[in-house]
Design a protein around this ligand. Structure first.
Ligand code: AKB
Length: 317
């Protein structure tokens, strides 16, 4: 990995991943790819090259890949689960037609490609506890349909054309830099912002609904480590279960209250998000990632909570 294009560089993952990779390879071109209306600003803009890179515009992508001699593409363009339910055709267009554009360019230009999958690639028939690496994937959401198709298409391009595609199934990601937009797991980020600001949190997910979650530094490490992994050890490619913690809103509220006594939360359950959340696993088994590329998270709920509160106090107060 030397010249890298991060598509979706101003999003929740992209904004931090681009900066991490720039720090890792200062001698390379790490291009912050964006779409109109979501241009990079500040440090992201000033610390390296930026280029318009819309997944739905193959010619534009090819131009960027050629100009910067790109060898690795991080494809982070996606509509998250709740938004994708409102705009299913657009979600398919971005997530699948866009991925096709990227894979074709990668095939002709010898690029490795990372396109994340998600806990959203599972559905109600999937075993909920210790969800195996290889299991039933029959999601009921459009987001999930695109994620399963992403896994299949990425594996297809690897087996058929030798494109070096690799991926992880991200849990809900919690970060203090860029807010997520339109996901089912967003509550687990928003709750920290409310708690630090001293506001009551209105939770859209019902008590007792468990989902895998992960702190952003671990997610970024996974995205980098999988692309740097020794290919001869990889039995799987698209896509690996990775896990670090699983909780429901009550457990998260109790943990935050240990650090911010008096924090208040009430429920106003959003039926769309709740139905999606109930179809996702409670907790994935990530033993294949641990065995094949030494995946190991650093943060548990306590470590993440201390760090989130500290960072948000500096940012918001
Ligand atoms: C979402 O909630 O849609 C995402 C995800 C789990 O992939 N955060």
């Amino acid at each position: 990995m030397k010249n890298v294009l991060v598509i979706g560089s101003t999003g929740q993952i992209g904004s931090e991943l681009t900066m991490k990779i720039r720090r890792m390879i200062p001698e390379g071109n790490v291009v912050a790819g964006y779409i109109k209306g979501a241009e990079p600003k500040g440090e992201l803009l000033e610390s390296g090259p930026a280029a318009e890179a819309d997944v739905c515009n193959g010619e534009q992508l090819l131009e960027v890949v050629k100009k910067y001699d790109i060898d690795t593409i991080y494809n982070l363009a996606a509509l998250l689960s709740a938004v994708a339910e409102r705009k299913p055709q657009l979600a398919w267009h971005i997530q699948i037609d866009g991925l096709m554009n990227i894979l074709e360019i990668a095939r002709d230009n010898h690029c490795a490609v990372f396109t994340p999958s998600s806990i959203g690639s599972f559905g109600p028939e999937t075993p909920r506890k210790d969800t195996p690496q290889d299991t039933i994937q029959r999601p009921r959401s459009m987001y999930g349909c695109t994620k399963v198709a992403t896994e299949l298409l990425s594996d297809y391009y690897f087996h058929k054309y030798g494109v070096d595609t690799r991926s992880v199934r991200f849990p809900g990601l919690i970060s203090n830099v860029t807010l997520p937009g339109g996901g089912t797991t967003d509550y687990a980020v928003e709750i920290y912002y409310a708690a630090v600001k001293g506001e009551e949190f209105v939770c859209p997910i019902a008590p007792g609904t468990f989902m895998d979650m992960m702190y952003m530094p671990d997610a970024l490490k996974a995205a980098v480590d999988i692309m740097n992994a020794d290919p001869s050890r990889l039995i799987h490619r698209n896509s690996f279960n990775i896990a670090s913690m699983s909780f429901d809103p009550e457990i998260l509220k109790a943990k935050i209250t240990e650090h911010i006594p008096g924090f208040k939360m009430r429920y106003e359950v959003d039926p769309v998000r709740q139905a999606i959340a109930e179809s996702w696993p409670d907790k994935m088994d990530d033993s294949c990632a641990r065995a094949e590329w030494d995946w190991k998270p650093s943060y548990d709920l306590e470590g993440m909570t201390v760090d989130m509160i500290d960072a948000l106090r500096k940012k918001l107060l």
